[in-house]
Design a binder for this molecule. Structure first.
Ligand SMILES: Nc1ncnc2c1ncn2[C@@H]1O[C@H](COP(=O)(O)OP(=O)(O)OP(=O)(O)O)[C@@H](O)[C@H]1O
Ligand SMILES: [Mg+2]
Length: 270
């Protein structure tokens, strides 16, 4: 631009590269940066695009590998399931239990790997209704899920995939129950955003470990074979869904003790 000094171009191109790299860092399938304009911008854009290409390629390779392993584990598992028919009764039940657990882990892993590269339907979703359904069905099977205040009466509309949003909330509820013995749900609207809080009364997590738990397969309790043992994908899936909907999830201490997961989602303007 006329009147623009070299120095300001330089700081602009680095701000531009930072913003673009930030976008690519969050979403490796983000649109390519246009490689035009002044030379410095073109160089920065080319570097960002090359980086994006490499990241996408690595992610694709790893996802394909995880999917292949998870998928192929089903065959020997089915063989074991077939063979335990011949095992004594005392063995059959615990082995069947382990097989069921492994199958559940495989299913979660596959849906994570496949889901992370798929976009669901976009429709208008009423979060009040969705949360009420989840609370009611949990209470129906005597799980410790309740409203923090009173059940929301007004519609609270966002745009997105109802099934995915339900899965996101369910994952947070499962965690609150597993690690904090109860789930207390709240929904409010603030600054054009819906805010869903899933709180518990557990010991929570040290502040410096919270962010790491969002990484796929991260668990504080390393074992994956205990009764409480999951795969470590619940939070990764939930955050991916929130971000797909233009929102975010944060985990932090609950005022007064316990832990809370806070989901923010952009509201559909009335
Ligand atoms: N409400 C919570 N309070 C304390 N720790 C939690 C809470 N929610 C999650 N965590 C910790 O974060 C880890 C990762 O959670 P995440 O939901 O991703 O996986 P998971 O529950 O272990 O397995 P799954 O794939 O079945 O959800 C948990 O193993 C647990 O250590
Ligand atoms: Mg979980």
């Amino acid at each position: 631009l006329p009147g623009c000094s070299r120095a300001s171009w330089s700081s602009r191109s680095s701000a531009f590269a930072n913003a673009a790299a930030d976008r690519v860092g969050q979403d490796a399938s983000a649109p390519l940066v246009r490689e035009d304009g002044p030379a410095e911008l073109r160089v920065a854009a080319r570097a960002v695009n090359a980086m994006r290409g490499r990241i996408s390629e690595q992610i694709r390779e790893r996802e394909a590998m995880v999917a292949a392993i998870a998928h192929d584990l089903r065959t020997p598992l089915s063989r074991i399931a077939f063979r335990i028919d011949a095992a004594p009764d005392s063995l059959r039940e615990p082995i069947q239990h382990d097989i069921d657990q492994m199958k559940a882990m495989i299913t979660t892993t596959l849906s994570y790997v496949r889901g992370s590269s798929q976009n669901g339907q976009a429709e208008s979703v009423d979060l009040s209704g969705l949360l009420s359904e989840i609370v009611a069905s949990e209470q129906h099977v005597d799980r410790p899920v309740s409203w923090s205040g009173h059940e929301p009466q007004e519609d609270c509309k966002v745009r997105g995939d109802r099934i995915a949003l339900g899965r996101m909330i369910q994952n947070l509820v499962d965690n609150a129950i597993a690690y904090g013995s109860q789930a207390n749900i709240a929904l409010e609207e603030k600054d054009a955003q819906a805010r869903i809080v899933v709180a518990d009364r557990g010991p929570g997590l040290p502040a410096d470990e919270v962010e790491g738990m969002f990484a796929p397969f991260a668990r504080k309790e390393r074992s994956r074979n205990r009764e409480t043992g999951g795969v470590g994908l619940g939070l990764a899936i939930a955050r991916a869904i929130a971000r797909d909907h233009g929102g975010e999830i944060q985990l932090g201490p609950r005022p007064g003790g316990g832990m809370e997961a806070v989901v923010t989602l952009p509201l559909v303007p009335a």
